[in-house]
Design a protein around this ligand. Structure first.
Ligand code: GN1
Ligand code: MG
Length: 380
């Protein structure tokens, strides 16, 4: 990450920052590249009293989010609700939640056609950092606790107030149907290069509708969920590694708590990144799962239903296959959705996720056993 003080990108960052309720002199900007979808900059300003204030400027990708204004409405409701709740519980909670800054013109975002579309500005959560991959069990516990607490914080919002910004976002059978369609159309002539992966996914497909079927029949409750609970969406305290807050609220929507837990299993139990090409490094680590589940259940055991608890381990496997299918669909479609650094990037990600799914599958009985043990400990 280089600090840009001058040049075209620095000018661009200063220009975008200039649209928001920010005071001080622009010092420098830097690009943050840990998401696959939105463009993100951090901008730093010297205030009148000599402090340095930092802000996050982000362009919402309108190929992915067809209605960015709806995304902003959802984000605004969620951040305000959380601020309200956090402030009522702890007096000194400043900086613990994302806050949107007003833009010129009275909204909390601004449309800048010369800068590619819709931009917004958040506070930079100071004194924190993120991890792209999990390194120890403490981080796994904290990730589980942070996203579990998030679910608790939004649990008393009216689900009807939050609308779906990407319909069927975690509908695994629909993701499978989209993959089949892309493989049949094969516009990039890439289907031959991933025949093995397609066949493997096909053998797993009878399991894909398990959670959505349970949702339809009312066995699983619809809640407001985060939907993108990867480990690098948790801000941890720089010194203690304790969870401070979760970020990336664009996909907060009505959904299943299980897809949130599942995505944590995908990203907080494996020490390799999701695009690690050496598959011998891609496997889940049971101690990380144990800590993750403990952190999550410490925050959620009061309100999760028995059926949700029963499906926790399975959800880790399911979403790992789902994300693998999404990478493969994008590879077949010509890499339009996920930012790619090289032509086969999405295929490498797919193979990685399928390898991880196999590893998770092999651990399912032990995962179940651990969950049962944890749940029992709360009733003692
Ligand atoms: C995308 O941009 P990022 O990394 O926060 C994607 C998630 C995937 C993830 C895979 C809106 O999230 O669903 O799980 O990549 N976000 C969207 O790393 O599609
Ligand atoms: Mg995201």
């Amino acid at each position: 990450m280089s600090k840009l003080q001058e040049g075209a990108i620095a000018e661009r960052i200063a220009h975008i920052g200039d649209q928001f309720a920010i005071s001080g002199d622009f010092l420098y900007g830097e690009e943050l590249r840990n998401g696959h979808i939105n463009t993100t900059y951090r901008a730093c300003y010297r205030t009148e009293d000599g402090h340095v204030d930092r802000y996050i400027l982000q362009r919402i990708n309108d190929y992915v989010f067809k209605d960015p204004a709806l995304v902003m409405k959802n984000v605004e409701k969620v951040t305000r609700h959380i601020s309200w709740k956090v402030l009522r519980r702890r007096k000194n909670a400043a900086g613990q939640t994302l806050t949107l800054y007003p833009a010129r013109g009275g909204r909390n975002y601004i449309y800048l056609p010369e800068e590619g579309g819709m931009w917004r500005c958040y506070n930079n959560i100071e004194g924190t950092h993120t991890y792209d991959v999990v390194e120890n069990t403490r981080q796994a516990y904290q990730a589980g606790y942070a996203f579990g607490s998030f679910q608790e914080l939004v649990s008393d919002m009216n689900p009807e107030d939050i609308r779906e910004s990407i319909p069927d976002f975690h509908n695994t059978p629909k993701r499978f149907a989209a993959l089949q369609m892309s493989a049949a159309q094969d516009i990039m002539h890439r289907a031959d290069s991933c025949a093995e992966e397609l066949a493997l996914i096909g053998t797993w497909s009878p399991q894909f509708s398990k959670l959505v079927d349970m949702q339809k029949s009312g066995e699983l409750p619809t809640r407001i969920t985060h939907n993108d609970t990867k480990i690098n969406n948790v801000m941890l305290d720089e010194e203690t590694d304790g969870a401070v807050c979760v970020i990336d609220l664009d996909t907060v929507m009505p959904g299943l708590s299980l897809y949130d837990f599942g995505d944590m299993v995908r990203t907080a139990t494996c020490m390799a990144s999701e695009d690690e090409p050496d598959l011998s490094k891609v496997h889940m680590e049971m101690p990380f799962f144990e800590s993750l589940a403990e952190g999550y259940l410490d925050a959620t055991h009061d309100f999760l239903t028995q059926k949700e608890v029963d499906m926790l381990a399975f959800s880790g496997w399911l979403i790992t296959v789902e994300i693998g299918m999404r990478f493969l669909t994008d590879y077949l479609d010509g890499d339009k959705y996920f930012r790619c650094d090289y032509p086969e990037h999405n295929l490498v990600r797919t193979r990685n996720q399928l390898a991880l799914a196999k590893s998770i599958h092999a651990h399912l009985p032990r995962m179940q056993k651990h969950i049962r043990k944890l749940v029992k400990s709360y009733s003692n």
